[in-house]
Design a protein around this ligand. Structure first.
Ligand code: NAP
Length: 243
């Protein structure tokens, strides 16, 4: 059984990805930070499907903690060959209200967290190859009206991915990213009904996306079906910004 490690898999896109990967036959390391109960629920759901999973608590911003989580998953489930750098936060702050702490926490979780996750898993990936998928955002390409740090972190992830393609692909490791538009998860739970409708109207498909619609693209990029795709960024946005 192939083994995947998914960060931020207790909720939203990460949860949908863990469940999708399990359905595709992967054993899954389910990383979480605060959501122990929802992470355990992901594991239980996977086990009920006949799959294998292990929940591991770690702050992705903490290199040692994520290193320990990765080793625990590898010892329990086997060599990790699929990695999904998904954990992320969005702190809504106008620039004039933003503090250095807000900036640093966003960069630490969204960008350094992805770096830490690759650093911790790369010894496993180098032994036999694998695939890494980064969860970026449409806000990597556009300015954000509510967090400059978020846009910077998501653009930074693409720089990290491109460097890894050049430096690590010879080990048989592929690195790709997805750039979701607005997806219906807790990350947008603060939106009013009116704002949700306005967001949906901006999208040519006329609706906000579902976490499962991002998970299926991540699963494709982790699978051998995408064996010659390396360094790609796939938009999962319903056609946003075509106008
Ligand atoms: P979400 O529902 O808020 O879930 C975030 C997940 O990240 C949770 O499982 C959370 O775990 C985990 N997490 C947060 N900080 C963490 C940390 N320091 N260490 C480990 N795990 C941490 O968000 P989502 O919408 O699914 O977002 C997933 C990814 O997609 C993020 O990178 C986000 O930027 C990106 N994205 C989302 C959208 C969107 O519209 N939803 C659009 C573009 C990109 P706990 O709850 O256990 O703490």
């Amino acid at each position: 059984m192939r083994v995947a490690f998914v960060t931020g898999a207790s909720r939203g896109i990460g949860r949908a990805t863990a469940l999708r990967l399990a359905r595709d036959g992967w054993a899954v390391g389910v990383n979480y930070l605060r959501g122990e109960e929802p992470a355990m629920d992901v594991v239980k759901t996977i086990e009920e499907m006949g799959g294998s999973a292990l929940a591991v608590r770690a702050d992705v911003a903490d290199a040692r903690a994520i290193g320990r989580a990765v080793e625990e998953v590898a010892e329990t489930l086997g060599r990790i060959s699929g990695v999904v750098c998904n954990a992320g936060i969005y702190m809504r702050r106008a620039f004039h209200e933003m503090t250095l702490e807000d900036w640093e926490r966003t960069i630490d979780v969204n960008l350094t967290g992805a770096f830490n996750t690759v650093m911790a898993t790369i010894p496993h990936l180098r032994r036999g190859g694998g695939s890494v998928v980064f969860v970026s955002s449409q806000l990597a390409f556009r300015g954000s009206s509510s967090s400059v740090a978020y846009s910077a972190s998501k653009a930074g992830i693409l720089g990290l991915m491109r460097g890894l393609v050049l430096q690590e692909s010879h080990h048989g490791i592929r690195f790709n990213a997805v750039a979701p538009g607005t997806i219906d998860t807790d990350m947008i739970s603060g939106y009013s009904e009116e704002r949700r409708r306005a967001r949906a109207r901006e999208v040519p498909l006329g609706r906000i996306g579902r976490p499962e619609e991002v998970a299926s693209v991540i699963a494709f990029l982790l699978s051998d079906e995408s064996s010659y795709i390396n360094g790609a960024v796939i938009d999962v946005n319903g056609g946003l910004y075509m106008r």
